[in-house]
Structures are given as structure tokens and as C-alpha cells.
Design a binder for this molecule. Sequence first.
Ligand code: OAD
Length: 269
Amino acid sequence: MKLGPFKKIVILTGAGISAESGINTFRDSNGLWEQHRMEDVATPEAFKRDPQLVWRFYSMRRIQAAQAHPNRAHEALVKFAKTPGQEIHLITQNVDDLHHRADPTDHLPPLCMHGSLNQSRCMNCGTIYFDDHAYFDLKGDYAPQGTILCSSSQKASVDYLHHYKLDYRDFLPLSPCCKAAIRPHIVWFGEIPFHMTKINNLLTDADLFVSIGTSGQVYPAAGFLQIAKMSGATTVCINKEEIPQSQWIDHFIQGHASVEVPKFFESLT
Ligand code: OAD
């Protein structure tokens, strides 16, 4: 298939792009939502009810993401972004940091519409911190390990965490700014994704829109193919299985992201 050339290219990624790096998707068999009820771990109500359970879940995901590495699909997007003469934007629903790690020189900074696994947020003032702590180990025991970076960029050690430990139901550190509880900087069900104004502008302006490794089950991202198509873009979907938005897809490429993503973007150059 030879398409293009395109001037403005917008790419959306979902959990399928990180699957071959060893990170669980949500809805495939053995996916996260088969192992956990999303109502128990990914809603504001769940955090209020049982913050410890929620932090156990996100600690497990932080450990899993830290052990993973970007794969050929993440790398192919960065390589493509270095091609001169086009404007490329990346939107991701993923909260792992594999796009960042594939791109140390920041050629293709992703808009992380569902937040980031390695950030926490003060529940009082909203300050966002770098935080890659796994507060619980894989057995579920409280065992804080990692780094929290305060707004002043000073590193907080585990001593800091122990010093300020608690009082949020006896296991969570308090934020450096307000000494209030912190939560994962993740968009939970019922919350509004980040960067939506910018994303809508990108979609309506795109010449080519490529959706990679997402099941098309969760809005607003599930509506992006339609918005881009109705705004005049050529639309491409690369996924292991068909998704419900077939009427808005010009070219469907079925297969594994690590194989099909490099092949497709090489065909554009
Ligand atoms: P899903 O788990 O819903 O879908 C992953 C898609 O990737 C499926 O359609 C798979 O067939 C496909 N897939 C799996 N392995 C693949 C591979 N190696 N190559 C290509 N495709 C592959 O994940 P998302 O669509 O990203 O939100 O889920 C969207 C949102 O739902 C997530 O961001 C998360 C979740 O609930 C929040 O937590 C807010």
C-alpha cells in the first residue's frame, strides 16, 4: 500500500502497542479488566472507598511498566517523526512511559490523555509530581521503593516518605506541598481526559489519522476515527482484531503492532 504524502499526521495509540513489551492490555484475554473489576480500582469512588486497594493496583502496574522496554512499534514512530517535511502528533491512551523511553530526545512528545503512571497528584491543590514509587510489592505488602520528585525538583527519599508517612489510612505519603493525600495522576472512569481541546483541534486539522492497538471501546478516544474522517483525513487502523468503527476506517491493517507499524510508516517515507 502506498499512501500520501501527508503534511499533518495524527497518531493515536492504545494498550495494543505496548502488548509485545509485556504490558497487559485491558480487554484481551487475561487483560487487566479480566483480573480486576474496574469499579474497584479505576474510579474516584473506589479511591475514596479503599485507597489501599487502588494503590496496590497502580503499584503492580508501575512495577510491570518499569520492567518493560519499548518495542519496534514505539521505535518506528520516533524514527518516522524524524522525517523532515511533515508535522506529526502523537496522542496516547497509555499511561506507561514507553513512548517517552523510546524517544529520549523528545522528537515526538505524546499527549497522555489518560495521564501517566509515573505521576501522582496532590488531592488538595492539584500539584503533579513525578512519582515512580511502587508503594506495595507484588505480594501486596507495603514496601515503598522508588523516587518522588517534588515541585522544587528535589528528590524525596524513602526517608522522606517515612517521615511524612501517613495518616492517610496508614500507608500513603502526604504531598510535599500541602501534606495532603496523593493519588495516581490517571484519568479514572467518570473523569474527563486531559488535553481534549488541543486533541480536537489536531483531529479536525489532520490529513492522515492512524489508530494503533486500541479496541475502540472507550470514549472519547473511540470517537477520534469518526472526527478525523468527517474532517477530511485519510484514516488507517492497525490492530490485531477488527474494531467497531469500521465505517470510519479507510485502510485496516490487521496484525501485530511490532511488525505492522514499522512496515506502514516505512511505506510513507
Ligand atoms: P484494550 O485492551 O481495550 O484494547 C487493546 C487492543 O489492542 C485490542 O483491540 C487488541 O486486539 C489489540 N492488540 C493487542 N495486542 C496487540 C498487538 N500486539 N498489536 C496490535 N494490536 C494489539 O486497550 P485500549 O483500547 O487502549 O483507560 O483501552 C482504552 C482504555 O480503556 C485504556 O486507556 C484504559 C482502559 O480502561 C483507563 O484506564 C481510563
